[in-house]
Design a protein around this ligand. Structure first.
Ligand SMILES: C[S@@+](CC[C@H](N)C(=O)[O-])C[C@H]1O[C@@H](n2cnc3c(N)ncnc32)[C@H](O)[C@@H]1O
Length: 245
């Protein structure tokens, strides 16, 4: 079962501010520059498009971007920001399209919001089906960090400045490779809590799942500037193409 749609409907209120504070908005230009190269000036489909953080700068580079998201509120945020990007409501683990794309991409750990292996494979299968013959799939997925759990629980800070403290709490469900996360955002005298559940997955498992749907790893990077993927990388950016190319 995927995360409740309501989760991102709730998160939509703060998404812009949250991503700005965590450096994700300033990073979007580099992400778009990376993705532009793989779309070869053609068309792209973003899975879990959100408020268009990446889709908008990519469309400004001349790529025809479309998207899918299951949160009405996130789609509204996108529509308020641009009319260059067309997006529709749907589930990234169960979609189809008549159209064929040069690029399908799923960034910012959105792939991990699919909570089972079956759903993650279903997403990859849908993506493979809508790629054109030379099309590629790009995924940005966090490398699981299972160090520091005590009795299955972990608390870390994501950002502390003079006005804000972001605390992440995590509970590990090892059987299902799931983490129950909560972001606690302390600001002034208020605290807000945003719960989320993810299925963590290592890069080689993603490769195996991709192979199940006829895709093979073409490239892997550690960041959007094409830095090497190493043992210390916190995420991977993986590019998959058709196995038959
Ligand atoms: C982490 S946000 C990323 C948004 C955007 N891609 C970005 O990089 O800023 C995840 C997005 O995926 C959407 N989402 C989560 N699960 C989904 C699903 N099963 N189907 C479609 N969209 C989903 C959420 O509504 C949210 O907009």
């Amino acid at each position: 079962m995927a995360n409740d749609v309501a989760y991102y409907d709730e998160f939509a209120q703060i998404y812009q501010e949250y991503t700005e504070k965590l450096g994700r908005v300033s990073e979007a230009a580099a992400t778009a520059t990376f993705l532009e190269r793989y779309s070869r000036g053609g068309s792209a489909l973003e899975l879990g498009i959100g408020n268009g953080r990446v889709a908008i700068p990519l469309s400004e580079r001349g790529v025809k971007v479309q998207g899918i998201d299951n949160s009405e509120k996130m789609l509204k945020l996108l529509a308020m920001r641009t009319d260059m990007v067309k997006a529709s409501k749907g589930n990234i683990a169960d979609f189809s399209s008549e159209r064929r794309y040069d690029l399908v991409y799923c960034v910012y750990d959105t792939f991990m919001l699919l909570l089972s292996r079956d759903e993650q494979i279903a997403c990859l299968r849908c993506a493979a089906e809508v790629l054109n013959e030379r099309g590629v799939l790009v995924l940005e997925v966090r490398v699981p960090d299972l160090e520091g759990f005590v009795n299955g629980q972990k608390i870390t800070t994501a950002l502390v400045d003079n006005e804000n403290t972001f605390v992440n709490t995590e509970i590990h469900d090892a059987v299902n490779q799931n983490l129950f996360l909560s972001v606690l955002w302390f600001s002034g005298t208020s605290v807000r809590r945003f719960p989320e559940r993810v299925r963590y997955v290592y890069h080689q498992e993603v490769d195996t799942m991709a192979e199940c749907v006829g895709l093979v790893l073409a490239e892997r990077w550690g960041d959007w500037m094409r830095g090497a993927f190493t043992a210390g990388s916190k995420r991977h950016i993986s590019v998959y193409s058709r196995a038959t190319l």
